[in-house]
Ligand binder design. Structure first.
Ligand code: PBE
Length: 267
Protein backbone atom coordinates (compact mmCIF):
# COMPACT_ATOMS: atom_id res chain seq x y z
CA UNK A 1 0.00 0.00 0.00
CA UNK A 2 1.04 3.62 -0.49
CA UNK A 3 1.58 4.26 3.24
CA UNK A 4 4.48 1.86 3.27
CA UNK A 5 7.89 3.16 2.32
CA UNK A 6 9.48 1.39 -0.59
CA UNK A 7 11.84 -0.51 1.69
CA UNK A 8 8.86 -2.00 3.51
CA UNK A 9 7.13 -2.73 0.21
CA UNK A 10 10.20 -4.73 -0.86
CA UNK A 11 10.52 -6.29 2.59
CA UNK A 12 14.08 -4.94 2.57
CA UNK A 13 14.96 -7.67 0.11
CA UNK A 14 17.12 -7.48 -2.99
CA UNK A 15 16.06 -10.02 -5.62
CA UNK A 16 19.16 -11.96 -6.57
CA UNK A 17 20.34 -14.79 -8.84
CA UNK A 18 22.36 -18.01 -8.38
CA UNK A 19 24.25 -18.29 -5.05
CA UNK A 20 27.45 -19.17 -6.95
CA UNK A 21 27.44 -16.10 -9.21
CA UNK A 22 30.22 -13.58 -8.78
CA UNK A 23 27.51 -10.93 -8.63
CA UNK A 24 25.97 -12.60 -5.57
CA UNK A 25 29.25 -12.26 -3.68
CA UNK A 26 29.62 -8.62 -4.73
CA UNK A 27 26.10 -7.89 -3.51
CA UNK A 28 26.83 -9.36 -0.08
CA UNK A 29 29.89 -7.09 0.06
CA UNK A 30 27.79 -4.07 -1.00
CA UNK A 31 25.24 -4.78 1.75
CA UNK A 32 28.07 -4.77 4.30
CA UNK A 33 29.59 -1.61 2.82
CA UNK A 34 26.61 0.76 2.37
CA UNK A 35 24.84 2.21 5.43
CA UNK A 36 21.72 2.55 3.26
CA UNK A 37 21.64 -1.28 2.90
CA UNK A 38 21.74 -1.84 6.63
CA UNK A 39 19.01 -4.39 7.40
CA UNK A 40 18.60 -5.39 3.74
CA UNK A 41 18.88 -8.99 2.65
CA UNK A 42 19.81 -10.63 -0.62
CA UNK A 43 17.43 -13.35 -1.65
CA UNK A 44 19.30 -15.60 -4.03
CA UNK A 45 17.49 -17.94 -6.39
CA UNK A 46 18.22 -18.22 -10.11
CA UNK A 47 18.41 -15.89 -13.08
CA UNK A 48 15.07 -17.28 -14.31
CA UNK A 49 13.50 -16.74 -10.86
CA UNK A 50 14.80 -13.19 -10.74
CA UNK A 51 13.40 -12.50 -14.22
CA UNK A 52 9.97 -13.78 -13.15
CA UNK A 53 9.93 -11.51 -10.10
CA UNK A 54 11.05 -8.57 -12.23
CA UNK A 55 8.26 -9.22 -14.74
CA UNK A 56 5.62 -9.34 -12.00
CA UNK A 57 6.86 -6.20 -10.26
CA UNK A 58 7.16 -4.35 -13.57
CA UNK A 59 3.62 -5.22 -14.67
CA UNK A 60 2.27 -3.80 -11.41
CA UNK A 61 4.72 -0.89 -11.25
CA UNK A 62 5.85 -2.12 -7.88
CA UNK A 63 9.29 -1.37 -6.47
CA UNK A 64 11.96 -4.01 -6.95
CA UNK A 65 15.75 -4.05 -6.69
CA UNK A 66 17.50 -6.81 -8.59
CA UNK A 67 21.09 -7.84 -9.15
CA UNK A 68 21.54 -7.09 -12.85
CA UNK A 69 24.19 -6.95 -15.55
CA UNK A 70 24.73 -6.07 -19.14
CA UNK A 71 24.82 -7.53 -21.73
CA UNK A 72 21.51 -9.15 -20.84
CA UNK A 73 18.13 -9.04 -22.58
CA UNK A 74 16.48 -7.61 -19.43
CA UNK A 75 17.51 -4.16 -20.71
CA UNK A 76 15.67 -4.72 -24.03
CA UNK A 77 12.58 -6.11 -22.30
CA UNK A 78 12.15 -3.37 -19.68
CA UNK A 79 13.16 0.24 -18.96
CA UNK A 80 15.75 -0.29 -16.25
CA UNK A 81 18.62 1.65 -14.70
CA UNK A 82 21.72 0.74 -12.73
CA UNK A 83 21.81 2.42 -9.33
CA UNK A 84 24.85 4.65 -8.96
CA UNK A 85 27.52 2.96 -6.89
CA UNK A 86 29.73 5.71 -5.42
CA UNK A 87 31.69 3.20 -3.32
CA UNK A 88 32.38 1.09 -6.45
CA UNK A 89 31.24 -2.08 -4.69
CA UNK A 90 30.52 -3.46 -8.18
CA UNK A 91 33.58 -1.81 -9.72
CA UNK A 92 33.87 0.07 -13.00
CA UNK A 93 32.80 -1.43 -16.34
CA UNK A 94 35.03 -4.46 -16.76
CA UNK A 95 36.18 -7.05 -19.29
CA UNK A 96 35.63 -10.71 -20.04
CA UNK A 97 38.92 -12.59 -20.10
CA UNK A 98 40.31 -15.67 -21.84
CA UNK A 99 42.20 -17.98 -19.49
CA UNK A 100 44.41 -20.98 -20.28
CA UNK A 101 45.65 -23.64 -17.91
CA UNK A 102 49.36 -23.66 -17.13
CA UNK A 103 51.20 -25.65 -19.79
CA UNK A 104 48.59 -25.21 -22.51
CA UNK A 105 50.95 -23.02 -24.52
CA UNK A 106 53.37 -25.98 -24.84
CA UNK A 107 50.78 -28.79 -25.05
CA UNK A 108 48.26 -27.27 -27.46
CA UNK A 109 49.92 -24.19 -29.00
CA UNK A 110 47.29 -23.91 -31.76
CA UNK A 111 44.36 -23.60 -29.32
CA UNK A 112 46.44 -21.35 -27.09
CA UNK A 113 47.12 -18.97 -30.00
CA UNK A 114 43.42 -18.82 -30.89
CA UNK A 115 42.37 -18.07 -27.29
CA UNK A 116 45.07 -15.43 -27.12
CA UNK A 117 43.98 -13.78 -30.40
CA UNK A 118 40.22 -14.01 -29.77
CA UNK A 119 38.48 -10.70 -29.34
CA UNK A 120 34.94 -9.64 -30.34
CA UNK A 121 32.29 -7.12 -29.29
CA UNK A 122 29.25 -7.02 -27.02
CA UNK A 123 27.19 -6.65 -30.18
CA UNK A 124 28.64 -9.89 -31.63
CA UNK A 125 27.92 -11.70 -28.37
CA UNK A 126 24.33 -10.43 -28.25
CA UNK A 127 23.74 -11.63 -31.82
CA UNK A 128 24.62 -15.17 -30.73
CA UNK A 129 22.40 -15.00 -27.62
CA UNK A 130 19.48 -13.61 -29.64
CA UNK A 131 19.87 -16.23 -32.37
CA UNK A 132 20.04 -18.99 -29.72
CA UNK A 133 16.52 -18.05 -28.52
CA UNK A 134 15.28 -19.12 -31.98
CA UNK A 135 17.42 -22.26 -32.26
CA UNK A 136 20.07 -23.46 -29.78
CA UNK A 137 23.41 -22.20 -28.50
CA UNK A 138 25.12 -24.93 -30.52
CA UNK A 139 23.54 -23.74 -33.76
CA UNK A 140 23.83 -20.05 -32.96
CA UNK A 141 27.55 -20.31 -32.16
CA UNK A 142 28.22 -22.25 -35.34
CA UNK A 143 26.17 -19.83 -37.44
CA UNK A 144 28.06 -16.81 -36.09
CA UNK A 145 31.36 -18.50 -36.95
CA UNK A 146 30.15 -19.37 -40.46
CA UNK A 147 28.90 -15.80 -41.05
CA UNK A 148 31.98 -14.09 -39.61
CA UNK A 149 34.88 -15.97 -41.17
CA UNK A 150 36.68 -12.64 -41.74
CA UNK A 151 36.84 -12.05 -37.97
CA UNK A 152 37.59 -15.71 -37.15
CA UNK A 153 40.44 -15.77 -39.68
CA UNK A 154 42.14 -12.97 -37.71
CA UNK A 155 42.20 -15.28 -34.68
CA UNK A 156 43.40 -18.32 -36.63
CA UNK A 157 45.86 -16.62 -38.98
CA UNK A 158 49.09 -18.64 -39.14
CA UNK A 159 47.67 -21.29 -36.77
CA UNK A 160 48.08 -24.90 -37.94
CA UNK A 161 45.17 -27.34 -38.20
CA UNK A 162 45.20 -30.17 -35.65
CA UNK A 163 43.95 -33.75 -36.03
CA UNK A 164 41.19 -34.44 -33.51
CA UNK A 165 43.08 -33.45 -30.36
CA UNK A 166 40.89 -33.18 -27.27
CA UNK A 167 40.13 -29.77 -25.76
CA UNK A 168 38.33 -29.24 -22.44
CA UNK A 169 36.49 -25.90 -22.69
CA UNK A 170 34.90 -24.59 -19.49
CA UNK A 171 32.18 -21.97 -19.17
CA UNK A 172 29.52 -20.66 -16.79
CA UNK A 173 25.76 -21.17 -17.13
CA UNK A 174 24.63 -17.63 -18.09
CA UNK A 175 23.29 -16.83 -21.58
CA UNK A 176 26.18 -14.64 -22.70
CA UNK A 177 28.73 -17.25 -21.63
CA UNK A 178 26.78 -20.06 -23.29
CA UNK A 179 26.92 -17.97 -26.44
CA UNK A 180 30.64 -17.20 -26.33
CA UNK A 181 31.56 -20.77 -25.35
CA UNK A 182 29.59 -22.33 -28.20
CA UNK A 183 31.06 -19.83 -30.61
CA UNK A 184 34.61 -20.71 -29.41
CA UNK A 185 33.75 -24.43 -29.54
CA UNK A 186 32.83 -24.01 -33.22
CA UNK A 187 36.09 -22.13 -33.93
CA UNK A 188 38.23 -24.80 -32.24
CA UNK A 189 36.33 -27.59 -34.03
CA UNK A 190 36.90 -25.84 -37.34
CA UNK A 191 40.61 -25.96 -36.42
CA UNK A 192 40.39 -29.74 -35.91
CA UNK A 193 39.89 -30.01 -32.13
CA UNK A 194 37.51 -32.42 -30.45
CA UNK A 195 35.94 -30.03 -27.93
CA UNK A 196 34.11 -30.95 -24.74
CA UNK A 197 32.21 -27.98 -23.30
CA UNK A 198 31.25 -28.04 -19.63
CA UNK A 199 29.23 -25.33 -17.83
CA UNK A 200 29.98 -24.97 -14.13
CA UNK A 201 29.79 -22.39 -11.33
CA UNK A 202 32.60 -19.84 -11.32
CA UNK A 203 34.22 -21.36 -8.19
CA UNK A 204 34.44 -24.76 -9.87
CA UNK A 205 35.62 -23.26 -13.14
CA UNK A 206 38.52 -21.42 -11.50
CA UNK A 207 39.51 -24.44 -9.44
CA UNK A 208 39.46 -26.69 -12.53
CA UNK A 209 41.55 -24.18 -14.49
CA UNK A 210 44.11 -24.01 -11.66
CA UNK A 211 44.40 -27.80 -11.34
CA UNK A 212 44.57 -28.32 -15.11
CA UNK A 213 41.21 -30.13 -15.38
CA UNK A 214 40.12 -27.50 -17.87
CA UNK A 215 42.22 -26.43 -20.86
CA UNK A 216 40.67 -23.02 -21.38
CA UNK A 217 37.75 -20.68 -20.77
CA UNK A 218 36.45 -17.44 -22.28
CA UNK A 219 33.89 -16.73 -19.53
CA UNK A 220 35.42 -14.88 -16.53
CA UNK A 221 34.35 -11.28 -15.83
CA UNK A 222 37.37 -9.41 -14.44
CA UNK A 223 38.79 -7.71 -12.50
CA UNK A 224 35.75 -7.43 -10.20
CA UNK A 225 32.91 -9.94 -10.71
CA UNK A 226 35.18 -12.98 -10.50
CA UNK A 227 38.03 -11.13 -8.80
CA UNK A 228 37.76 -13.14 -5.57
CA UNK A 229 38.30 -16.38 -7.53
CA UNK A 230 41.23 -14.85 -9.40
CA UNK A 231 42.75 -13.83 -6.04
CA UNK A 232 42.45 -17.43 -4.90
CA UNK A 233 43.54 -19.29 -8.05
CA UNK A 234 45.13 -16.71 -10.35
CA UNK A 235 48.73 -17.71 -9.61
CA UNK A 236 48.08 -21.11 -11.17
CA UNK A 237 46.20 -19.85 -14.24
CA UNK A 238 47.50 -18.17 -17.43
CA UNK A 239 45.45 -14.98 -17.99
CA UNK A 240 45.39 -14.16 -21.72
CA UNK A 241 43.61 -10.85 -21.15
CA UNK A 242 40.30 -9.37 -22.34
CA UNK A 243 38.21 -10.80 -25.19
CA UNK A 244 35.38 -8.27 -24.69
CA UNK A 245 35.19 -4.86 -23.00
CA UNK A 246 32.51 -2.88 -21.23
CA UNK A 247 30.42 -5.34 -19.24
CA UNK A 248 28.67 -3.92 -16.16
CA UNK A 249 27.06 -5.44 -13.08
CA UNK A 250 25.29 -3.91 -10.12
CA UNK A 251 21.96 -3.18 -8.50
CA UNK A 252 19.25 -2.48 -11.06
CA UNK A 253 15.75 -0.97 -10.68
CA UNK A 254 12.91 -0.07 -13.06
CA UNK A 255 13.06 3.51 -14.42
CA UNK A 256 9.74 4.28 -12.71
CA UNK A 257 11.44 4.09 -9.31
CA UNK A 258 12.45 7.37 -7.72
CA UNK A 259 15.90 6.38 -6.54
CA UNK A 260 19.11 6.78 -8.55
CA UNK A 261 21.86 5.67 -6.20
CA UNK A 262 22.50 2.81 -3.79
CA UNK A 263 22.81 5.59 -1.22
CA UNK A 264 19.13 6.54 -1.85
CA UNK A 265 17.85 3.13 -0.79
CA UNK A 266 15.75 3.67 2.34
CA UNK A 267 17.23 1.82 5.32
N1 PBE B 1 26.89 -12.76 -14.33
C1 PBE B 1 26.87 -12.94 -15.76
C2 PBE B 1 27.88 -13.78 -13.90
C3 PBE B 1 28.95 -13.73 -14.90
C4 PBE B 1 28.22 -13.44 -16.15
C5 PBE B 1 27.30 -11.37 -14.06
C6 PBE B 1 25.58 -13.02 -13.77
C7 PBE B 1 28.36 -13.78 -12.45
O1 PBE B 1 27.92 -12.92 -11.67
O2 PBE B 1 29.14 -14.64 -12.07
Amino acid sequence: STDMNIGEQMEYTITGIEPGAGLTGLTHDAIAEYDSLNGWELQDSSTAGMMTELEQAYENEEPIIITGWTPHQMFEMYDLKFLEDPELAFGEPEDIHSLARMGLEEDKPEAYAILDNYEWTIDDMQQVVLEAQESSYEEAGLKWVENNQDIVSEWTEGVDQVDGEAFELLSTPWDTERGSAHMMKAVLEQQGYDVTLTNVDPAILFKAMATGDGDGTVAPWLPVTHGAFMDEYGEDIDDLGPNISGTVSGLVVPEYMDIDSIEDIPA
